[in-house]
Write a protein that binds this ligand. Structure first.
Ligand SMILES: Nc1nc2c(ncn2[C@@H]2O[C@H](COP(=O)(O)OP(=O)(O)O)[C@@H](O)[C@H]2O)c(=O)[nH]1
Ligand SMILES: [Mg+2]
Length: 250
C-alpha cells in the first residue's frame, strides 16, 4: 500500500479524564487523522476532543457502544481511510502497539488485527478480574470451535480493520450494544476474511469504566446467542442475513 491513510477512531462516552492520556500514548505519526464520536457524554469530552484537534461527531442521544462504532466506521470510510484503528479513549489499552497492529494489514497478511490480552500477556497482572479471565477463556474456546479458526481473544477493544473488511461486512446491521464487537468478527469469519493478533497489556482502573458483573453476564449471554446463530447459519439450518457480504449496490 503506498501512502496508506490510517484513521484512528475513538468511541467516547464520558472520557474527559482519560482522553488526553490516551492520545499521548498514540505514536505521533498515527495522530494525524483521528475521529471521535461522542455518545452524549455528560462531561467535557467534546470540548477536550475539539481542543485536541480531533474530528468530532456528536450523537444527540446515547446510541450504545456499537452505535458509536457504526458512526465511526462510516465516517472513516467517507474520509478515505485505508485502515481504521479503534482505540478506546478510556486509556484501558496500550496504544503504543499501533505500528504492530497495522503492520499485517499494510503487508496484506490480514484484513483485521486485534490486540490480545491473552497472547503472551499477563492479563491477571494487568488487573483483569478473575471471573472475566475465566469467562473470556471459555467463550473464546467455544468461539474457536464454532469458527474453525484460532483467536486468543474475541473481546478486545484495540482493533485495526482494513477498508476491505469494513466494505465487505454489514457492520451497520449489527447490535448497537457491546456484542457488536463479537458480531463484526463473526461477519469477517463468515466472509472468509483473515485475522491476526498482537500481544497487548490492558489496565483496569475506575475510569476505564469496565462493565461490572451484571452487565458482563448479559454481555456473555449475548455472545453465546451470536455464536449459536452463526453455528446455525454455517450449518445451513438458518440464514442470518447480516453475515452475508455487502452487495456492490449497498
Ligand atoms: N459504557 C459505554 N461506553 C461507551 C459508549 N459509547 C462509547 N463508549 C466507549 O466505549 C469504550 C468501552 O466502554 P467501557 O465501558 O470501557 O467497556 P469495557 O470494554 O468493559 O472496558 C470506552 O472508551 C467508552 O468511552 C456507551 O454508550 N457506553
Ligand atoms: Mg474500558
Amino acid at each position: 500500500m503506498t501512502n496508506p491513510k490510517i484513521v484512528i477512531v475513538l468511541p467516547a462516552y464520558n472520557v474527559a479524564r482519560t482522553l488526553l492520556r490516551t492520545l499521548a500514548e498514540i505514536p505521533p505519526e498515527f495522530r494525524e487523522h483521528a475521529i471521535l464520536v461522542d455518545n452524549a457524554s455528560q462531561d467535557d469530552t467534546v470540548a477536550i476532543a475539539r481542543q485536541a484537534g480531533l474530528a468530532v461527531f456528536e450523537h444527540e442521544a446515547n446510541r450504545g457502544y456499537g452505535g458509536s462504532q457504526k458512526t465511526l466506521y462510516r465516517e472513516a470510510l467517507a474520509a478515505g481511510a485505508d485502515i481504521a484503528v479503534m482505540v478506546h479513549p478510556d486509556h484501558q489499552y496500550d496504544a503504543t502497539v499501533l505500528p504492530e497492529l497495522v503492520g499485517p494489514i499494510l503487508a496484506h497478511r490480514a484484513d483485521a488485527v486485534f490486540g490480545s490480552r491473552m497472547l503472551g500477556g499477563k492479563p491477571l497482572e494487568g488487573g483483569m478480574p478473575r471471573y472475566k479471565y475465566i469467562a473470556n477463556i471459555l467463550l473464546t474456546a467455544l468461539a474457536n470451535i464454532i469458527f474453525g479458526r484460532y483467536l486468543t481473544e474475541i473481546h478486545s477493544g484495540l482493533r485495526a480493520y482494513s477498508r476491505k473488511y469494513l466494505e465487505t461486512v454489514r457492520f451497520e446491521e449489527n447490535s448497537d450494544d457491546f456484542v457488536f464487537d463479537t458480531e463484526i468478527i463473526i461477519q469477517g469469519i463468515a466472509c472468509g476474511l483473515n485475522f491476526w493478533e498482537v500481544p497487548i497489556v490492558t489496565r483496569y482502573f475506575p475510569e476505564a469504566s469496565s462493565i461490572n458483573f451484571g452487565p458482563s453476564v448479559v454481555y456473555g449471554l449475548g455472545i453465546l446467542r451470536a455464536l449459536l446463530r452463526f453455528a446455525l447459519h454455517k450449518a445451513g439450518l438458518w440464514h442470518w442475513p447480516r453475515l452475508d457480504p455487502k452487495s456492490p449496490v449497498d
